[in-house]
Design a protein around this ligand. Structure first.
Ligand code: COA
Ligand code: MG
Length: 296
């Protein structure tokens, strides 16, 4: 086991983001005890229209009744065009979560307006879960600096409904859409989180989906059930071997002989300085977490 992560180290990790319906007091309590990097308190899709105020009250009572655990706290609010938006924003300003997640984000204007309203203590995140949002992901990401946007979260349940792409466990027809979102995020320096997976009892399929998400370049996964946390934490962290290799690459470029070289022979493989930069980023993010060591 590694030493426990400091809050700053843990804060950078976005391997596992567990959605918790704000109406569910038992799940709220449980979320504090779980090794998830972040908790998304949901005021939107998982809360019935008639229960929105109850959900806000429940979340307020929970958040004000406890010290914050070593987890990122994100609040998913209702959309700008709903009757619940203003009251959700008032709660956001009181609770000052680490991030506010806007569902069905589609326009730079909506994001910019929201930025001004949520207070400077919270990051702004956007759900990409409509056809328009996928098509406009690059434009939204390009405006990220102006509107303080730092992270995309893909939502496949809504996207499947809107595109009428049938549910397919392998997600084959969705892969080009997912890659567009990853590319847009990376082009402008945003983090990007893969969609929830509904079948929380089939952990084998879930593990495969996490592995696929990592291979596509996602930083982590939005989750719906505690049973999914461990697999996401494992899939979205490097192995001990990955970290050792990163250190070896940096060491290889640190020798006096390599000082004037941009490419070197590293155990029979060409490595460039860009590989050393990628290795540094990996170590900075995951210096004390491997996929064998769960953070405490
Ligand atoms: N966060 C925290 N705890 C959760 C949880 C969650 N998202 N989902 C389940 N749990 C807890 C349950 O409260 C239960 O705790 P207990 O043992 O102390 O009673 C335990 O985990 C086992 O739960 P289980 O019986 O397997 O599931 P369930 O029938 O209680 O809940 C769902 C199943 C799908 C309704 C529930 O997981 C859920 O609401 N997930 C989030 C849905 C969501 O946020 N959707 C919107 C985003 S797409
Ligand atoms: Mg939705």
């Amino acid at each position: 086991m590694t030493e426990a992560l400091t809050p700053q180290e843990r804060f950078r990790l976005r391997r596992s983001l567990l959605s918790v319906p704000a109406i569910n007091a038992r799940a709220l309590e449980k979320s504090r005890t779980l090794p998830t990097d972040g908790v998304i308190f949901d005021l939107e899709d998982s809360v019935a229209e008639s229960a929105k105020q109850l959900a806000r009250d429940s979340l307020k009572q929970f958040a004000e009744g406890h010290d914050r655990p070593d987890q990122q706290w994100i609040i998913r609010i209702n959309g700008t065009d709903t009757p619940h938006h203003a009251a959700d924003l008032a709660l956001v300003r009181q609770l000052q979560p680490d991030a506010v997640l806007l569902p069905k984000a589609e326009s730079v204007e909506a994001l910019t307006q929201l930025r001004d309203r949520i207070g400077s203590r919270s990051e702004l995140w956007a759900m990409i879960e409509t056809p328009k949002a996928v098509l406009k992901a690059a434009a939204l990401a390009e405006a990220a600096e102006d509107c303080g946007l730092t992270c995309f979260v893909v939502g496949l349940n809504d996207l499947r409904k809107e595109t009428r792409i049938p549910a397919d466990p392998k997600r084959r027809t969705l892969l080009p859409l997912l890659m567009q979102v990853v590319l847009a995020a990376r082009a402008y320096g945003l983090d990007v989180i893969d969609s929830v997976s509904n079948d929380f009892r089939d952990l084998e399929a879930f593990q495969a989906e996490c592995t696929e998400g990592r291979a596509m370049g996602f930083d982590g996964k939005m989750l719906i059930h505690p049973s999914q946390i461990e697999a996401a934490n494992r899939a979205f962290a490097p192995s001990a071997e990955d970290l050792a290799e990163a250190r070896a690459i940096i060491a290889a470029f640190s020798t006096p002989e390599a000082a004037a070289l941009n490419v070197i022979n590293h155990n029979g493989r060409m490595i460039e300085r860009l590989h050393a930069e990628a290795a540094e980023r990996l170590l900075k993010t995951f210096s004390r977490t491997t996929n064998q060591d769960e953070p405490q």
